[in-house]
Design a protein around this ligand. Structure first.
Ligand SMILES: [Zn+2]
Ligand SMILES: [Zn+2]
Length: 334
């Protein structure tokens, strides 16, 4: 799990696009030559013709209109608060009309199709935010659809399907872990017959007990380390977690971070470990001292280890946090 900070200009851009879409969908009989428009005369997005949505209960439309900016650009805690306020209204959606409007019409058929790729490349986030192991660039260039995980899953929290802070650039496997949440839950509780309400409650609890990638301070509360077992001559990845941060351990556990990284113990970890054994600390010291002024430390780490060393840039290259933490450990001379 690495920290992300969405660029404000990018958020503004997509805020406008999504706002315009919602308002045109909700427009009440307001038409001009291109069909419905969002009500802002200076809007540059409206030009495309669009169908108005007319089967959503008025109370729901009012709620969405009154909270439109929070709905689109609210931070994670504002989003869950908004969701709970919406649930309190008790609007009947047994026919899944509202759910389909947000998830199918809004996210899948509109945003994902037209904007998800641009959104990802605008953000310039190259690796999965959950594991920092896989490039999301592969997803961007080799598949027609980009992969954005919904932090609040869209089948459980449909009205948050188009909320920008709910979009987490992620790889196939991490997205899959989240997608399988219901199964995991049933297995943990050894109960196949959980009600919809029980499952919903579990999701609310589990998400509140984890760190969101935008929570900076919480993200700093763990480092990777390793253990060498002499008798077995084997290496394993360990996590150093601040004991006060229960949220961090829950998050790492949920995203299976230790399992994922232990699969790399014999590769990435072993290479670093061998390097240290072979060259003692000479090699690392040379790097630390900028190769006698030839190359900066950041540059050297990028070329030699293929990683970024500044926390804000971790997302640009796979394994950045992992390798950086391990190198720090190795420098201690263990
Ligand atoms: Zn508009
Ligand atoms: Zn991942």
């Amino acid at each position: 799990m690495i920290y992300i900070d969405f660029d404000k200009n990018i958020l503004d851009k997509y805020h406008k696009i999504i706002r315009c879409w919602f308002l045109r969908k909700f427009a009440g009989g307001k038409t001009h030559k291109n069909g419905y428009h969002c009500g802002n005369d200076k809007c540059e997005i409206c030009s495309k013709s669009i169908h108005k949505v007319n089967n959503i209960p008025e109370a729901a439309v009012d709620f969405f209109k009154n909270n439109i900016d929070t709905l689109i650009i609210g931070n994670p805690s504002q989003l869950i608060k908004l969701y709970k306020e919406y649930v309190k209204l008790g609007i009947d959606d047994s026919g899944d009309i509202i759910c389909d409007f947000f998830v199918k019409t809004g996210y899948t058929n509109w945003f994902q199709d037209e904007f998800a790729k641009d959104f990802l490349s605008d953000l310039n986030i190259n690796t999965c935010i959950y594991c920092n192991r896989n490039y999301t660039l592969d997803i961007l260039y080799s598949h027609t659809r980009a992969e954005l995980d919904h932090w609040f899953p869209k089948d459980k929290f449909p009205i948050l399907a188009l909320s920008l802070h709910n979009f987490i650039p992620s790889c196939h496997s991490c997205n899959h872990i989240k997608g399988n949440g219901d199964k995991t839950l049933k297995r943990i509780l050894k109960n196949e017959n959980l009600s919809k309400e029980e499952i919903q409650q579990w999701w609310e609890n589990v998400l509140e007990s984890m760190i969101h990638p935008h929570d900076k301070n919480e993200n700093e509360n763990f480092t990777f380390t390793y253990e060498y077992d002499k008798s077995l001559n084997s290496l394993s990845v360990k996590l150093n977690i601040n004991p006060l941060s229960k949220k961090v351990s829950t998050t790492l556990e949920f995203n299976k971070i230790l399992e994922i990284y232990n699969a790399h113990a014999n590769f990435e970890l072993k290479d670093l470990y061998d390097l240290r054994k072979k060259y003692s600390d000479t090699f690392l010291n040379i790097i630390e001292n900028n190769f006698d002024g030839i190359m900066k430390k950041e540059e050297a780490y990028r070329i030699i280890f293929g990683i970024e060393t500044n926390e804000k840039d971790y997302h640009k290259r796979p394994f950045s946090k992992f390798k950086f933490d391990i190198i720090e450990e190795l420098k201690k001379g263990n």
